[in-house]
Design a protein around this ligand. Structure first.
Ligand SMILES: CCCCCCCCCC(=O)SCCNC(=O)CCNC(=O)[C@H](O)C(C)(C)COP(=O)(O)OP(=O)(O)OC[C@H]1O[C@@H](n2cnc3c(N)ncnc32)[C@H](O)[C@@H]1OP(=O)(O)O
Ligand SMILES: Nc1ncnc2c1ncn2[C@@H]1O[C@H](COP(=O)(O)OP(=O)(O)OP(=O)(O)O)[C@@H](O)[C@H]1O
Ligand SMILES: O=C(O)CCC(=O)C(=O)O
Ligand SMILES: [Fe+2]
Ligand SMILES: [Mg+2]
Length: 335
């Protein structure tokens, strides 16, 4: 496996590094362009941070896992800040605190108020430090280029399953939530805040699916209920080969926004924690999702904005992202 990948990469790199000898044999510019298209690395940019093997692995699989990228000390500080948020000692503007549907809809455990996720912590300086960590941005730049926006931030606190399997996150593509493109200049960094495995509901990915297109998403028909906004790909085929990403505290996976992924049920009594940020090149542009598969999501976001903040339809899906995005490196050019 390794040697086949390495052989292919050697071919790709030899073409990229010494193109002139080959170009001499090619007569038209169209032929040259197709030659380069065929061999160019599409999903990664020219950079030294990724080894040739890592580049090829991302090109083929749509994710790479870097061991031990975030220190224990930083993770412990993020955990302390999260606990302060749960105790309502801090509330940053824009912060969205979400509880698991099984807990929200239960008559019995209302006061327990287990937080399953906090989202949009761009105004919480301590948590937002995660998005600015230089060792993360070094990798991000290999996918986005030098102008980097932190578009979406989350700390996921997957609760012990209450018996209805609501702690699962259905298989989905993150691009479904994003009205900006191109997809290849967007990447998610997801860091385990403790050991994650199949028992506490680690990430599950379908390698190579980033090479496909954006699929239709809907709420899966799950008996025990599904969390709000947890859309899943329609017609999920459970036979496709899955990879369970078991990770240690501080390990970080970088993945493409078209990669199909989700997470299983948390069968332990602990709250499985991870912190993540979706980055995009600030050179990306917004698209209008009307008439696309993303229209259902846009309607839902506008519905929540109306109910929660009294905003009308003049507040667009695009506005919600332009408002959340924060520059973390380079220049804010477009987004
Ligand atoms: C906005 C774009 C998001 C971008 C995501 C980027 C890509 C990553 C992919 C994903 O992460 S997918 C999952 C994304 N998840 C979210 O965006 C979470 C969104 N969560 C929320 O918007 C709020 O937590 C929610 C509106 C569900 C509840 O917030 P509130 O503070 O308004 O709760 P409240 O207690 O007032 O409850 C309002 C209603 O929501 C219901 N509710 C609360 N939590 C729920 C839950 N977890 N699931 C289902 N319903 C829920 C609650 O029962 C109640 O229903 P009723 O009006 O019928 O009484
Ligand atoms: N109908 C569906 N639509 C979308 N995603 C689904 C559907 N059914 C299951 N999934 C998702 O598939 C992934 C695998 O879930 P599943 O619970 O089957 O296995 P697991 O928890 O990963 O492993 P184990 O087999 O040990 O339970 C999870 O992300 C789950 O949410
Ligand atoms: O941490 C998880 O369970 C997965 C979260 C996820 O994929 C998401 O919120 O987009
Ligand atoms: Fe996701
Ligand atoms: Mg499971």
């Amino acid at each position: 496996m390794m040697s086949r990948a390495t052989d292919r990469l050697k071919v790709v790199l030899s073409h990229l590094e010494r193109p002139t000898a080959r170009i001499a044999a090619i007569s038209t510019s169209a032929q040259i362009a197709s030659h380069y298209d065929h061999h160019a690395l599409r999903y990664t940019l020219d950079s030294d941070v990724l080894s040739p093997e890592q580049k090829l692995s991302y090109e083929e699989n749509g994710f790479i896992l870097i061991k031990n990228l975030v220190s224990e000390e930083d993770i412990d500080k993020f955990r302390v800040e999260f606990e302060r948020i749960c105790r309502r000692e801090v509330l940053a503007p824009g912060l969205l605190v979400m509880r698991d549907v099984a807990i929200v809809k239960s008559e019995f455990v209302q006061d327990q108020k287990a937080v399953s996720k906090v989202q949009d912590f761009q105004e919480d300086p301590e948590l937002f430090r995660y998005c600015c960590l230089p060792q993360i941005l070094r990798y991000v730049e290999a996918f986005t280029g030098p102008n980097i926006m932190a578009m979406h931030t989350m700390l996921i606190n997957k609760p012990p399953d209450a018996g209805k399997k609501t702690s699962r996150h259905p298989m989905h593509q993150d691009l479904h939530y994003f009205p900006f493109r191109p997809a290849d200049r967007i990447v998610c960094a997801w860091t385990a805040m403790e050991r994650v495995n199949r028992t506490n509901g680690c990430l599950v990915v379908l390698p190579g699916t980033h090479r496909g297109t954006l699929r239709e998403h809907d709420y899966p028909e799950w008996e025990g209920g599904v969390n709000k906004m947890y859309h899943g790909i329609r017609d999920y085929d459970p036979q496709l080969p899955r990879v369970h990403l078991e990770m240690e505290k501080g390990d970080t996976v970088f993945f493409h926004p078209l990669l199909v992924h989700g997470s299983g049920m948390n069968q332990t009594q602990g709250f499985r924690k991870a912190i993540s940020c979706h980055y995009a090149s600030s050179d990306c542009y917004y698209i209008d999702v009307k008439g696309t598969t993303q229209e259902n999501l846009e309607k839902e976001v506008q519905g929540i904005a109306a109910r929660k903040y009294g905003l009308d339809d003049s507040f667009t899906f695009k506005d919600s992202w332009a408002m959340r995005g924060r520059l973390v490196q380079g220049e804010r050019t477009s987004l």
